[in-house]
Design a protein around this ligand. Structure first.
Ligand SMILES: Cc1ncc(COP(=O)(O)O)c(C=O)c1O
Length: 418
C-alpha cells in the first residue's frame, strides 16, 4: 500500500508556530503524546463527512478519534445540520434565550434517568467545574475526591502538583483514590468526617497510556450507598462516553443513580454545547451559584442537540456503536494474531482502548499505529478511540486491510519478536 505524505500540513504548522502558542495546542496538538511519532500524522484537516476526514494534503482517513468524541452520528449529518441551519435562520446568540433551550432541557430530563433538571454551558470542563461548585454550595464542605489519573478538564482544580500555571491553593482540597478501590474511598471518608463535598469520577476508568478498566461488580452500588450515608454528592463525569453506552446515562448503564451528571462531547454531534443534569435536591444549590458565559445560550447548538437526541434514539445508537465496535476490535485482534502480535482491547467497545502487549516499551505499538495512519486509518497511540454510527462494513473491511498491511510493515522491522 502507498503511504501518505504531509507537505501542506507541515507548511501550515510552520505558519501556526509563528502566531499560535505550540502551533496546535492541547489534545489536538502533536506534542500531546497521542501522535507518536508526529512525522506519521497530518496536523490539519480540510473537510470531513460521515466517518471520514480529509487532511490539507488531500489524504482521506477513516477517523477513529471522532474529534475526540463529538462525532457520534457522522460528520455533517444531514438531519442535525438541517436542524441547526433552520435555527440559524431565526437566531443564535441573542439578548434572550430561545424556546429551544427549554425544549432541550425537557428532552434531557425525559431521556437521562437521573436528571430532574439540565443546565447548559459550552465545554465539558464548564460543567465539571460547575458540579464541584454545586456540591460545595449544597454541602457547605470544601474537599473533593477524585480518581488517580482521571481527567475532568483543564481548570486549575483538575491539575496535579507541579503543573505550570497553578497555585498550591488551587488543589489543596483535592483527595485521590485509585480506580475500583472502594476501601480507599471508605477510609478517606472516615478520615475526613463531614468535610467531603463530592466524589467525582467517570463511569469507568478511561486513562491514557494505560488499559481502560470497567467497574468491578458492586463497585458503584457500594460507592452510591457510601455517598448517600455521608451526604457526599456523587458526580459522574460522562463527558466522554455519555450517550455512547446508554442514552439514559452511563450511571443507568451500570445500574446506579448519580446526583449530578456531566455531558458534552456527543451531546449535539459536534455543535458546541455541554450540559449538567442533576437531581431535584440539588436544584436550589445550582440556582444559587452565579455561573454563565457569553455563548452559553446560543440557540443553534440547542437545536442541534434536540435533533441529535432524537436521532440517537431512532437508530438505537448505543446498540449500533457496540456492534460496530465489536466487529472492528475482533477483526483487529485476529489480524494481529495472524502476524503473531497480541492486541489487547480494554474499556467499553464504543470507546475502546487498544495496546500491543508484546513489547513493554510500546514502541512496536506506536510503529503499528503510525503505519495505519500513513495508510489512511486515523488511530492515535495512547488514548481511547471512538466509534461513530456512520461507519460502514466497507470502512471496517478497509480498516482491517490497512491494519494487516501495517502489521506486515512492523513485522519487517522486528522479525525477532514472536
Ligand atoms: C472525562 C472528561 N471530562 C472532562 C473533559 C473536559 O471536556 P472539555 O475538553 O470539553 O472541557 C473531558 C475531555 O476530554 C473528558 O474526557
Amino acid at each position: 500500500m502507498e503511504t501518505y505524505t504531509y507537505a501542506n500540513s507541515r507548511k501550515l504548522f510552520e505558519r501556526a508556530m509563528k502566531v499560535i502558542p505550540a502551533g496546535v495546542y492541547g489534545h489536538l496538538g502533536p506534542v500531546e503524546g497521542s501522535m507518536v511519532p508526529p512525522s506519521a500524522f497530518p496536523f490539519f484537516s480540510s473537510h470531513a463527512e460521515g466517518a471520514h476526514l480529509w487532511d490539507v494534503d488531500g489524504n482521506r482517513f477513516i477517523d477513529y478519534m471522532c474529534a475526540y468524541g463529538p462525532n457520534i452520528l457522522g460528520y455533517r449529518d444531514e438531519d442535525i445540520d438541517h436542524a441547526a441551519r433552520e435555527q440559524a435562520k431565526l437566531s443564535d446568540c441573542v439578548t434572550l434565550p430561545s424556546a429551544t433551550m427549554v425544549e432541550f432541557a425537557e428532552q434531557l430530563v425525559d431521556t437521562v434517568d437521573s436528571a430532574d433538571w439540565a443546565f447548559f454551558a459550552k465545554n465539558g470542563g464548564d460543567v465539571t467545574s460547575f458540579a464541584l461548585m454545586i456540591a460545595r454550595a449544597a454541602t457547605g464542605r470544601t474537599k473533593a475526591v477524585f480518581v488517580n489519573k482521571g481527567y475532568h478538564g483543564v481548570a486549575a482544580w483538575t491539575k496535579l502538583p507541579g503543573n505550570p500555571g497553578i497555585a498550591e491553593a488551587d488543589i489543596s482540597n483535592n483527595l485521590y483514590v485509585d480506580w475500583n478501590n472502594y476501601q480507599q474511598l471508605e477510609e478517606l471518608v472516615s478520615r475526613h468526617p463531614g468535610q467531603i463535598a463530592c466524589f467525582m469520577a467517570s463511569p469507568y476508568f478511561q486513562g491514557n497510556f494505560v488499559d481502560n478498566e470497567l467497574p468491578e461488580a458492586e463497585y458503584w452500588s457500594k460507592v452510591r450507598a457510601l455517598c448517600t450515608k455521608h451526604g457526599i454528592v456523587l458526580v459522574i463525569d460522562d463527558v466522554r462516553c455519555g450517550f455512547r453506552l446508554d442514552l439514559a446515562g452511563s450511571d443507568h448503564y451500570y445500574g446506579f443513580k448519580a446526583d449530578l451528571i456531566c455531558f458534552c462531547k456527543a451531546l449535539a454531534n459536534g455543535y458546541n454545547v455541554s450540559a449538567l443534569c442533576g437531581i431535584d435536591a440539588l436544584k436550589s444549590a445550582a440556582s444559587s451559584v452565579f455561573y454563565t458565559g457569553s455563548y452559553w445560550f446560543s440557540a443553534v447548538p440547542f437545536a442541534a442537540g434536540i435533533a441529535t437526541l432524537k436521532k440517537l434514539k431512532e437508530i438505537d445508537a448505543p446498540k449500533r456503536l457496540y456492534e460496530i465496535g465489536k466487529k472492528l476490535t475482533e477483526g483487529l485482534v485476529d489480524v494481529a494474531r495472524t502476524h503473531s502480535f497480541n492486541l489487547n482491547i480494554s474499556g467499553e467497545l464504543p470507546m475502546w482502548y487498544m495496546r500491543i502487549t508484546d513489547d513493554e516499551s510500546q514502541i512496536i505499538h506506536q510503529e503499528w499505529i503510525a503505519a495505519c495512519v500513513q495508510r489512511g486509518v486515523f488511530f492515535t497511540n495512547h488514548h481511547n478511540h471512538f466509534i461513530n454510527a456512520a461507519l460502514t462494513d466497507e470502512d471496517i473491511l478497509y480498516t482491517l486491510n490497512v491494519a494487516d498491511d501495517a502489521f506486515k510493515a512492523v513485522r519487517k522491522l522486528h522479525p525477532q519478536f514472536v
